[in-house]
Design a protein. Sequence first.
Length: 219
Amino acid sequence: MPQLPSEYFPPVGEADAEGLIGFGGELSPEWLLDAYRHGIFPWPITDFDAPLAWWSPDPRAVIEFDRFHVSRRLRRTCRSDRFEVTHDVDFRNVIRGCAMAPGRIGHTWLTPEMIDAYIHLHELGFAHSVEVWHQHELAGGVYGVSIGGLFAAESKFHRVRDASKVALVHLIEHLQRRGFTLVDIQQLTPHTARLGAVAIPRAEYLTRLAAAVELQVTF
């Protein structure tokens, strides 16, 4: 069954060539959940006072469970006792770690307003984190938004080598066990391509999204 139109956004087919669909709006749970349900996500253009930008790129990058590739070295690391992995234990510090990751300080899209908005989604049960601990300290993690069988992976970080990779492996395996069907990573990068991520047409993504968000599965 096709989704109802968005309450806040135009059809994604009106996005420009880069996927920009509009400016402004709110970072409230109502706006964010409506956006994710319709293949749209917020991504500020700058860290300053520019209006909030919303995007729906074509093509869209996803991680397919049957294509996800984990190297033998990383698999050994995941199976070792070097790290401890938890869920939803320290969402606040995971998202803050993503904002403060090397190379992002002063240039991150995770503005204070964005951080507060996703913390609110976490408190409502729609945003989740995987934490990786080393010697009882937060070493890395990943967070994202969950609606039905959709998980939109937003960002990851590490302070100890391999910690973010371990977080991602654990996340993908956890989502598969829980019955999720769609793992959105928005845009393909050389790193995610090496892991087996692929880019699919936005139309295909939207069809899969409409089915995924109706599934009765939980993180």
